[in-house]
Each structure stands twice: as structure tokens, then as C-alpha cells.
Design a protein around this ligand. Structure first.
Ligand SMILES: [Zn+2]
Length: 341
């Protein structure tokens, strides 16, 4: 049995039973309605006339073989198809996504909380710095959903104060160990969640199917919001965070192994300028216990919901300037390692 995981919807696929392949564009001109629906749900503007798919059991399929571990389907007319498609969402199935090698992190937060900038900054670390502080791995950015130029532009835009559009497809990074240690590939997947994805239970089920199997939920709280609420103790702010946490716990449902909750205190670069409570946050940024206490004081609901997750951690981050910790590692690089190991 060969399993692969779809990084778009999270489905685990037994290829011996459910392998589906994309037919070549010239083969037939049948629009792929499943893929078109996926694009509509995620608000992705892309050409939607992808040709139909062909799989085990369909009239066009002749036989499936494995060539160098890669499944290939031969059609009755002798065409070889090697672009694997997910049976649920009809997106491409990537290589090296067997069960256990895919790590999924889902990023949540209020509007303006800096989650899209953070996701882009984490991916950008893999592209530009290659995470050179971590010599156990080579980080390889997968550009099948976004190009590295696009991610670099988003990161540069964030630094210049531009609010990026939500990323509607997952960001995928492959990590390889050195050949000396026996080459192992893992696949890190980051999902940027939009506000309308969590509007109600229906949107959660439709747009966040991957959340049920995610190991990490990253919740972004900006430094300025945390500092303001620490002073005002505004109940309305606590209520809005409660709604987010409620949506988050709904999205992983009755999962036996709930995800870890990683709170990213974003926009730390603003702290010095803001002063007051924000300066206190900057001062204690290396002290996780103190940061958690600040969060529990400002947002008591976080403490209430902590038990629904497998654990809770706090990471101060800045997506726009390379704030480093005591050892010269950028805070985004440190967060990436903390999430994905
Ligand atoms: Zn899928």
C-alpha cells in the first residue's frame, strides 16, 4: 500500500486503490468541475478549463505501474499519465508526501494581525537564508503554488507597510536531511486562513478540511493589540479572540490528537515606537512564562481554551525587520524550527 497526503485538503490517499491522474490537455476537452469548485471556494482566479482526470477503474485507464517508485497510468490509447491528482479536490499530489512526512500548520488571526505577512516571512526564510543556522536540513521551496519571486515581493511589500492579500493555496517547503544521514524528506505545509473561512461551521467544513489533521495552529496576536488590551482590559477584545478560538477548536473537531497552539506575538518591531506596555512586551520577549501571563491577563479566554489543545507556546515575531534572539537567529527562523522541528 502506497499512501500519499494531499497538501491542499489533507486527505490521505491509498494510491493502489484511488490513484487519479490528470489527462493531457490535448486528450479530451472536458472541464474538471471538481478542481473548478476548489478554485471557487478558495477564491482563486486561475484558468478553470483543466482537462478531466483518469483513474483506476475509469474507461480510459489500462494499467498502473510504478517507475522508480513513481506511479504511472497507461491509458487504452497508450498515453502515459504521471501527474497524480487528489481524488477529493483534484489538486496535484506532490512527491514525498507519505503518511508521517507531512507537517501541517494552520495560521489564524484577526484581520490586520499580520498572519499573511508571517506566513510569507517564514517561507522567505527558506528561500533566501536557507536557514543556514540549521545545518541538519536543506530547505527547498515548492513553487507549484507560489513562485519564490511572489513570496519575496509579498515580504518586501510587508516591510514597506503594504497589507498582502490572503494566500489561498498552501505554502509548501520540502526539507531534506544530508545524504550522509540517509536522505529523509519531510514536507512542511502552511495554510493562511481568511476571515470568511471561519464565518460559520459550514465555511469551516468546506474551506478548512486540512485543519482536522494539522499538528500546529498558529494564532497571531499583534504586539499593539496585546499592549492596548493589557491596559484597557477591554472585554470586547477578549470576546473577539474567544470567537476565533471557538472557530479554531471547531475546525479540528473531535480529533484524538488535538493540535498544539502556538501564539505568535506579531509586529514586535512596533514595540519600541509604541512604548508603554509594548516596551514591557519587548523587554520580556525572551521569557515565555511572562509573555503567556501577559496574554492570559489581556485575553482570559486563551487560558480557558488552552486545555482544548495539546499544549500552548508563545513566540514573539517580526516579519518586517530581522529581529534576532541572543544567538543571532531571526525570530521567524526560530518560530519555523519550533513549529516544524
Ligand atoms: Zn486534496
Amino acid at each position: 500500500m502506497v499512501n500519499r497526503q494531499c497538501v491542499f485538503c489533507g486527505r490521505l490517499i491509498d494510491l493502489d486503490r484511488y490513484a487519479l491522474f490528470r489527462l493531457p490537455p490535448d486528450y479530451r476537452h472536458v472541464p474538471d468541475d471538481v478542481y473548478r469548485t476548489y478554485l471557487e471556494i478558495r477564491c482563486i482566479n486561475r484558468r478553470t478549463d483543466f482537462p478531466d482526470v483518469c483513474g483506476i477503474g475509469s474507461a480510459d485507464a489500462a494499467r498502473m505501474v510504478y517507475e522508480n517508485g513513481k506511479p504511472v497510468l497507461t491509458t487504452r490509447t497508450g498515453r502515459s499519465l504521471d501527474t497524480l491528482i487528489c481524488p477529493s479536490c483534484h489538486n496535484e499530489i506532490f512527491r514525498d508526501t507519505s503518511q508521517g512526512s507531512v507537517n501541517t500548520a494552520v495560521f489564524f488571526g484577526r484581520p490586520e494581525s499580520g498572519k499573511t505577512s508571517l506566513v510569507a516571512a517564514l517561507a522567505n526564510e527558506c528561500i533566501t537564508a536557507g536557514f543556514s543556522h540549521d545545518d541538519r536540513y536543506r530547505y527547498i521551496f515548492c513553487d507549484k503554488t507560489y513562485s519564490s519571486e511572489f513570496i519575496q515581493n509579498v515580504t518586501a511589500g510587508s516591510a514597506g507597510g503594504t497589507k498582502p492579500d490572503d494566500l489561498r493555496d498552501p505554502l509548501v517547503v520540502f526539507r531534506m536531511t544530508s545524504a550522509a544521514e540517509g536522505s529523509i524528506v519531510v514536507c512542511d505545509v502552511m495554510h493562511d486562513v481568511s476571515d470568511n473561512d471561519t464565518e460559520d461551521d459550514y465555511s469551516i467544513a468546506l474551506t478548512l478540511p486540512f485543519a482536522a489533521g494539522a499538528e500546529h495552529f498558529v494564532y497571531c496576536i499583534p504586539t499593539d493589540a496585546l499592549a492596548d488590551t493589557l491596559i484597557s482590559l477591554d472585554m470586547g477584545a477578549d470576546m473577539r479572540v474567544r470567537l476565533d478560538l471557538d472557530a479554531m477548536t471547531h475546525s479540528f473537531g473531535g480529533n484524538d490528537s488535538p493540535p498544539e497552539l502556538d501564539i505568535a506575538v506579531t509586529k514586535l518591531d512596533l514595540a519600541e515606537k509604541l512604548g508603554g506596555a509594548a516596551s514591557d512586551i519587548l523587554t520580556v520577549r525572551e521569557n515565555e512564562r511572562a509573555l503567556i501571563n501577559y496574554i492570559y491577563t489581556a485575553f482570559p479566554c486563551v487560558k480557558e481554551y488552552a486545555g482544548s489543545f495539546s499544549g500552548i507556546r508563545v513566540f514573539p515575531v517580526s516579519s518586517v525587520s530581522p529581529v534576532t534572539d541572543g544567538e543571532g537567529v531571526t525570530l521567524t527562523a526560530r518560530l519555523y524550527s519550533a513549529i516544524f522541528g
